[in-house]
Design a protein around this ligand. Structure first.
Ligand code: NDP
Length: 499
């Protein structure tokens, strides 16, 4: 299948979705925002409005939370047999798979990423994620100690669904993020209110349509599109929400944490990153250069775990940079739905200005452009993939999350001084990921122990949805993914009894 060529069926299905009104899903019904407000949705590949969605406000969030609470308290979901919850989640995975091309096409229009990449990464991982959540539904259990407690008696602990979960997601991988939160929450028996990002809200609504078609009880999944400071904040503030699972910027993550204090909501935060890539002199340079090049372009660098600070041994610095420059120069940049495109636009004009600002600041601070650095003059929000060499730790481009296709490069001299290499890599407020390239596995695993990051890859090890995902330091709190992710939607209750 060539996912870059939309079959007629996909385009027709996308057009049919776009022709429908994009309302809020509350209590099993599609409704307009209470005040009738809407948000324009812009295709970042053209800069033009191509859809509008309802702009939910605090009143709509309150209605959605009440619907989720009713569904939770009624037991229509939490008390459903776990295998029944699993059956519906498997059906949802099948429905996503059956509509995968259409969802990928829609997400490409919405967020700008190449259709092929969305289909084979985001949507493929979403299908896996839903099946994994389904498989966990009947395996989340408490424990009973083998031996009796002091005296005569019996003790055990239960795991119960936490209640109503508020799920707030960003625009860079909207469908996958929605599914990665909705799946585990539903698997353990929670009901949810999902607030997608205003810049890419459409595929969450398509997911909502599939959920409605499959017979999930009303109110189990509620979806409220709207602005972050209004709808998002109202969800974070709501006193009847038991947990917030948030993915986005560290700045908003901190405000969620303060809002959660009001009623001690449980919180999982997946925040920003400034992940180091460490290349030793014995690394396979061809593989390393091609993988780093792909990583710079993946989601146009708008990817929380992207490697954005490269530390390369001085002996291979020039050769690696040369290989990456030649690779990046050949990248086909364009609209996500155009055939053969490898890198799409930045999500918005504002975000593009921000990225260009960081590139300019890097240059002003003394880094040199090895390639890229400029806006691509055409409709939409395009920038060249960019390498800045001679970067220093004190530069903003090496400290802040740029969220664009920009890599800062620095070098090191002693490959045996792992403490010094780790100190360079760990010199950041973030701790989401770290990537090591070497054929010396002893150094790789010793260094992995020293790095402060929630995800370490060695020689390009890929993502595995079964692994817990999350960050150290200001990259977040808690973990998503696999069993750990599902457990984060449960509360523990210990019970003991004397005979
Ligand atoms: P935000 O953190 O602002 O947005 C993430 C989500 O939170 C969106 O749904 C947003 O709504 C919502 N939100 C915004 N403000 C509030 C609030 N006060 N209370 C509750 N929810 C809120 O990220 P941005 O989209 O603005 O991106 C800015 C920067 O954040 C990027 O440049 C990047 O550095 C980082 N980022 C990191 C991501 C990651 O995965 N680590 C993902 C996305 C961004 P709305 O869309 O309406 O604003």
């Amino acid at each position: 299948m060539n996912a870059n060529v939309a079959p007629d069926r996909t385009e027709t299905a996308t057009a049919a979705f776009l022709a429908r009104p994009h309302q809020l899903l509350i209590g099993g019904k599609w409704v307009s925002a209470a005040n009738g407000a809407t948000i324009d949705v812009i295709n970042p590949s053209t800069g033009k409005v191509f859809a509008t969605v309802a702009a939910g406000g605090a009143g709509d969030i309150d209605a959605a939370v009440r619907a989720a609470r009713r569904a939770f308290s009624s037991g229509s979901w939490a008390k459903l047999r776990a295998v029944e919850r699993a059956r519906l989640l498997y059906k949802l995975a099948d429905a996503v798979e059956a509509n995968a091309e259409e969802i990928a096409w829609l997400e490409s229009l919405d967020g700008g990423n190449p259709v092929r990449s969305v289909r084979h990464v985001d949507i493929a991982m979403s299908i896996d994620s839903l099946r994994m959540s389904a498989s966990l539904a009947d395996k989340i259990t408490g424990e009973t100690p083998l031996s009796a407690p002091q005296g005569e008696g019996f003790a055990y602990f239960l795991r119960e669904p936490i209640g109503v979960a508020g799920l707030i997601t960003p625009w860079n991988a909207p469908f996958l993020m929605a599914v990665n939160k909705i799946g585990p929450a539903l698997a353990v028996g929670c009901t949810v209110v999902h607030k997608p990002a205003e810049l890419a809200p459409l595929t969450a609504l398509r997911l909502g349509e599939l959920i409605c078609e499959l017979g999930f009880p009303d109110g189990v999944v509620n979806i409220v599109t709207g602005l972050g400071p209004l709808a998002g904040q109202a969800l974070a503030d709501h006193p009847d929400v038991n947990k917030i699972s948030f993915t986005g910027s560290t700045r908003v993550g901190k405000s969620i944490l303060s809002a959660a204090a009001v009623n001690m909501k449980r919180v999982t935060l997946e925040l920003g990153g400034k992940s180091p890539i460490i290349v030793f002199p014995d690394a396979d340079l061809e593989r390393t250069a091609s993988s780093i090049g792909d990583e710079i372009c993946f989601k146009t660098g708008q990817f929380c775990a992207a490697g954005t600070r490269l530390f390369v041994h001085q002996a291979v610095h020039d050769e690696l940079v040369e290989r990456m420059v030649s690779r990046l120069g050949a990248v086909k940049v364009g609209a996500g739905t155009s055939p053969g495109v490898q890198m799409g636009p930045i999500i918005s004009e504002k975000q593009l200005e921000r990225v260009l600002g960081y590139i300019a600041a890097g240059g002003a601070d003394g880094a040199q452009l090895a390639t890229g650095g400029k806006r691509i003059e055409r409709d939409g929000y395009f920038v060249e993939p960019t390498l800045l060499i001679g970067a220093r730790a004190d530069m903003s481009v090496m400290r802040d999350e740029v969220f664009g296709p920009v890599l800062g490069v620095a070098s090191f001299s002693d490959p045996r001084d792992l403490d010094q290499i780790a100190a360079m890599a760990n010199d950041t407020q973030y701790g989401l990921a770290a990537k090591i390239w070497t054929t010396d596995l002893r150094s790789a695993h010793q260094l992995a122990r020293k790095l402060q990051a929630g995800l370490i890859t060695i020689n390009g090890g890929g993502g595995d949805g079964r692994m817990p995902f999350g960050g150290f330091k200001q990259s977040g709190i808690g973990r998503e993914g696999g069993r750990e992710g599902a457990l984060s939607f449960t509360e523990i209750k210990s019970v003991s009894m004397g005979y």
